[in-house]
Design a protein around this ligand. Structure first.
Ligand code: ZN
Length: 613
């Protein structure tokens, strides 16, 4: 986002803002503000010009006191304002004095700090690249820090300091003082992390977090826990460092999500609101992490071997975690997919051998599931018509085939899906977008042909995204265009709006008219704007379309029908004129009038429309 330079916050100012928000806004206002923010009700932020940057910083944020004082009105005017419109019951205008928050204004009837202001603050935090959940949890964070502070002062620095500004070395000593030998053992163990298996990593994480006690899953807890885990991290090669971060995030995500359920029973996962925020933040970090390429520089010999062992174990860990996930609640499945896509197959070691091995593992999981279902049926426990495979399993098999360039096998997996509803459209589109990223246009055309009909398994799938992918493909592979038309036809009637739009936007008038004729559409149902370009560019194509409709309307033998017929006849007369076929028109209209001379109401309408004298 484009925040003016003089508006950039440093860490101290950000902390100060969190404290100020906790002080001024009650929890309910913050939650409502958050909803508004999430619903994108906040318009663009307008930043006033600021004279001095970090204007008397020390006075605003006092490290020893940990809270802020308000500036005088004169000072706040100088420190600048943020103005934004918020769409509430009506549009309200908010003016924030960022360094004198309590003097901020909103045009809504509430006279105290309101949800509109809170929403603007969150939008501001987002533009600053700061985590919005920190503002939402302002009360929890603040009381936690205050509590920690008082403990620290009371026991002369023996308790773990939550103060992020405190010196790291110091806090290690504090921890040692509390947990003594145990903690030093954990750190000693952690030094050998690279040689330990992934389950051992997670065990070590669990042990080192014991010191925090059982915290509820919140953004604040996750932050503390993450700091704690990083405190035991030894120096690692770059790629191993990336893997360490991945596991810190995965471990904490597992912590926030209730234990695995059976995917067959489809028990929905319930996350408390704070846990949901924490998971959102973790997912964002996971996504960002996996977008960074692996930095394998400096890995060789033993370190390289160790790294690959850990990476393969990671894939195994994710496989186990994801198998119980359902379509609506996928946390580990996307991580598994991205791990393979961005970190494994991009490396020389991520070759077909490794992919085949993974595929074999997945296939044996499938066989076990099928076997189990059959046994249940034999025992008469339940009737099994079709074995329902976990969606993450089917997707993973699809991706392995994809990476192995076994496209036909991938489509087969996807077509059979895991339930009667088929694969969720966003999962199918993920394959297609991956092909776009890889610029594999010819292959993409084939995937578009195959996956198109699968998208119609679900009602109301928006096809815009799918059609844009066709546009892109045809730009690169023009000869694929006829495949698009065939595919769209095979997807009818579901694809009708997309099909019509494609024909229209490509000026495929003959195809468009033929389609309307074959489906018996009424010309009067179209907006004028739809027919205009055709009347201009290919008027002759409209003749059969209009003539057929006129016949139908007259056949209704009622006033409304005649009126509709006259409306179209007027358009027809214009087209004949445009084509310079005036004589033919005269012949036609006269014949029509004569043939229907006994329909007096029609005669009236024709005269009213000045089509006959
Ligand atoms: Zn307001």
């Amino acid at each position: 986002m484009n925040i003016p330079d003089e508006w950039k916050m440093d860490d101290a100012q950000w902390q100060a803002l969190i404290f100020k928000v906790a002080e001024l806004y009650n929890n309910l206002t913050i939650m409502r503000g958050f909803q508004y923010y999430k619903q994108k009700r906040v318009g663009p932020l307008l930043f006033s010009h600021r004279q001095t940057r970090h204007h008397n910083n020390a006075a605003i944020y006092d490290h020893t006191q940990n809270f802020t004082r308000d500036l005088t009105q004169a000072e706040s005017n100088e420190s600048g304002t943020i103005t934004a419109e918020v769409q509430g019951t009506e549009a309200y205008t908010v003016v924030l004095y960022i360094e004198a928050l309590s003097t901020s204004r909103c045009t809504c009837p509430v006279n105290t700090p309101c949800k509109h202001m809170a929403a603007v603050l969150m939008s501001y935090a987002e533009q600053q690249g700061r985590p919005v959940p920190a503002l939402v949890n302002a009360h929890a964070t603040t009381s936690l820090k205050q509590a920690a502070k008082s403990v620290v002062t009371a026991s002369s620095g023996r308790a773990y300091s939550f103060d992020s500004t405190s010196d790291h070395g110091q806090s290690f000593e504090d921890k040692n003082a509390v947990d003594g030998r145990q903690y030093s053992e954990i750190r000693e163990q952690a030094a050998a992390l690279a040689g330990m298996s992934i389950p051992e990593w997670h065990e070590l994480f669990r042990d080192s977090l014991r010191r925090l006690g059982t915290g509820t899953a919140t953004t604040a807890y996750i932050q503390e826990a993450s700091d704690e885990l990083y405190a035991i991290k030894p120096k690692l090669p770059a790629a191993m460092e990336q893997l360490f971060e991945l596991h810190v995030l995965l471990y904490l995500m597992r912590y926030c999500i209730p234990p695995a359920r059976n995917s067959i029973t489809n028990t929905p996962v319930y996350l408390s609101y704070p846990a949901q925020l924490a998971v959102d933040a973790l997912q964002k970090r996971l996504e960002a992490l996996l977008l960074q390429p692996l930095d394998c520089s400096g890995l060789q010999g033993v370190t390289l071997e160790q790294f690959w062992a850990r990476l393969v174990e990671t894939a195994g860990y994710l496989r186990t975690e994801m198998l119980t996930e359902t379509a609506n609640m996928m946390f580990f499945t996307p991580v598994y997919t991205k791990l393979w896509l961005n970190w494994i197959v991009t490396q020389p070691q991520g070759n077909s051998d490794l992919l085949e091995t993974e595929l074999a593992t997945l296939d044996s999981i499938e066989q076990d599931a099928v076997q189990q279902a059959k046994e249940q049926e034999l025992n008469g426990q339940r009737q099994v018509k079709k074995v329902i495979l976990p969606l993450p399993l089917v997707l993973a098999q699809g991706w392995m085939h994809y990476h192995l360039k076994q496209d036909t096998a991938a489509w087969q997996k996807l077509v059979h899906g895991s339930t009667a509803y088929g694969i969720p459209p966003e999962q199918l589109l993920y394959f297609l977008h991956t092909l776009v990223d890889a610029a594999e246009w010819t292959r993409l055309a084939e995937w578009l042909v195959q996956l198109g009909p699968m998208l119609t398994n679900r009602r109301n799938t928006p096809l815009q995204d799918y059609m844009q992918l066709w546009d892109l493909t045809i730009q690169h592979v023009p000869e694929a265009e006829h495949r698009m038309w065939d595919t769209l036809v095979s997807m009818l009637p579901h694809s009708r709006p997309a099909y019509e739009e494609a024909m229209h936007s490509r000026g495929q008038w003959r195809r468009w008219i033929d389609f309307q004729l074959s489906t018996g559409t009424e010309p009067l149902e179209f907006r004028v704007a739809v027919l205009q370009p055709i009347e201009k560019e290919a008027p002759e194509l409209l003749l059969p379309f209009y003539h057929q409709a006129v016949e139908r309307y007259v056949g209704h033998k009622n006033r409304d029908g005649y009126k509709a017929a006259v409306k179209l006849l007027k358009r027809l007369s214009k087209i004949y004129k445009k084509l310079k076929h005036d004589e033919q028109w005269e012949h036609f209209i006269t014949t029509l009038a004569v043939r229907n001379s006994r329909l007096r109401a029609l005669q009236e309408e024709l005269r009213k429309g000045k089509l006959i004298p």
